[in-house]
Design a binder for this molecule. Structure first.
Ligand SMILES: [Ca+2]
Ligand SMILES: [Ca+2]
Ligand SMILES: [Ca+2]
Ligand SMILES: [Ca+2]
Length: 323
């Protein structure tokens, strides 16, 4: 641990130590290449174990390497495919994605946010595909099985975020320079597991992002403290709220009961174009800027907290090029 010097930013140290110590796949650390693909750690198949990668930046031999960036940018190409949203990841087997490091935010001083429980950073797998009409997202999280149907905080939860306004930061519209200042609107798929494995979640009444049955909500935010269901909120009127988001989850060890080690499979889809100003509008050949969050039920004795989630914003927006 003490071999790293303070020249590297502390958050990068945390990230890199986690990747090397845990011997799991680290997010790419390409040192700021222009070519998108070279910065992504590709993963050949959802069921393959993560491959250890060279996560530490190496000193330059010849002096012409670009400077090491503070953040490990992640960028990759989405596949052209039509995916069946059923919690079975076999249709992603031939699709490459990226390994993304998630870690807790540093709570700013002076805010009245909940005190989180401590969690180690984790590496999750993100894969994206699209066809003529829809975007498909697979997020696989290595964590034990915790699902309590009537207590969302004692179950896993997740968020998939997309940039809407170009200036929006990856911390729900803010950046870590000031987590309380939103710079633009982001689109959030927010899933607190209200229905069982294998059940189709999402959707609800037109004009609202709320999913009253399974709690897979279509939301938006302008900063970490201002998050609402599409069409909701006190001040923003949005009669065009569209809510056909859908998802199915599974866990590889659900048959073994609570606490069993394994991986979550979250399979999700939505139309590329929704006509909803509180959604990212996506198109073939375009770029989706994404961020991820995972809420671990083991964070505290009463489950996860709003502030303690593991999230990807420290690597900036994840850049996904659509086919
Ligand atoms: Ca599937
Ligand atoms: Ca929507
Ligand atoms: Ca939305
Ligand atoms: Ca856990």
């Amino acid at each position: 641990m003490n071999s790293l010097t303070k020249r590297t930013v502390p958050k990068l140290i945390v990230l890199l130590l986690a990747a090397s110590l845990l011997a799991v796949a680290g997010a790419a650390c390409g040192g700021g290449d222009d070519e998108a693909d070279t910065t992504a750690t590709t993963v050949p198949a959802a069921t393959d174990p993560p491959q250890a990668t060279d996560a530490l930046p190496t000193p330059s031999d010849d002096g012409d390497e670009p400077p090491v960036h503070e953040e490990d940018e992640v960028a990759f190409d989405a596949a052209s495919a039509t995916i069946t949203v059923d919690g079975d990841d076999s249709d992603w087997a031939g699709i490459e994605g990226a390994t993304v490091s998630l870690e807790q935010i540093e709570i700013p001083e002076g805010v009245d946010w909940d005190e989180p429980g401590a969690l180690e950073p984790i590496n999750v797998v993100l894969k994206v595909a699209s066809d003529t009409d829809n975007i498909y997202v697979l997020m696989e999280v290595p964590d034990d099985y915790d699902f309590v149907a009537d207590d969302a905080n004692l179950s896993a939860a997740l968020a998939v975020m997309f940039l809407i306004d170009p200036a929006a930061g990856p911390h729900m519209g803010a950046t870590d320079d000031d987590l309380e200042v939103g710079l633009g609107m982001v689109d959030i798929w927010h899933w607190e597991l209200g229905c069982a494995a294998g059940a189709l979640s999402g959707g609800g009444d037109p004009g609202s992002g709320d999913d009253p049955d399974c709690n897979f909500d279509d939301e938006f935010a302008t900063n970490p403290e201002e998050r609402e269901d599409d069409g909701g909120g006190d001040e923003i009127v949005n009669a065009a709220a569209e809510n056909s988001l859908s998802g199915v989850w599974a866990h590889t060890a659900s048959a073994s009961g609570a606490g069993a080690p394994g991986a979550w499979i979250f399979e999700m889809s939505r139309p590329l174009q929704t006509g909803d100003p509180q959604d990212a509008q996506l198109a073939s050949g375009g770029t989706a800027l994404m961020a991820l969050a995972y809420f671990d039920a083991d964070e505290t004795a009463t489950g996860w907290t709003d502030t303690g989630h593991l999230q990807s914003a420290e690597v900036g927006w994840i850049e996904v090029t659509l086919p």
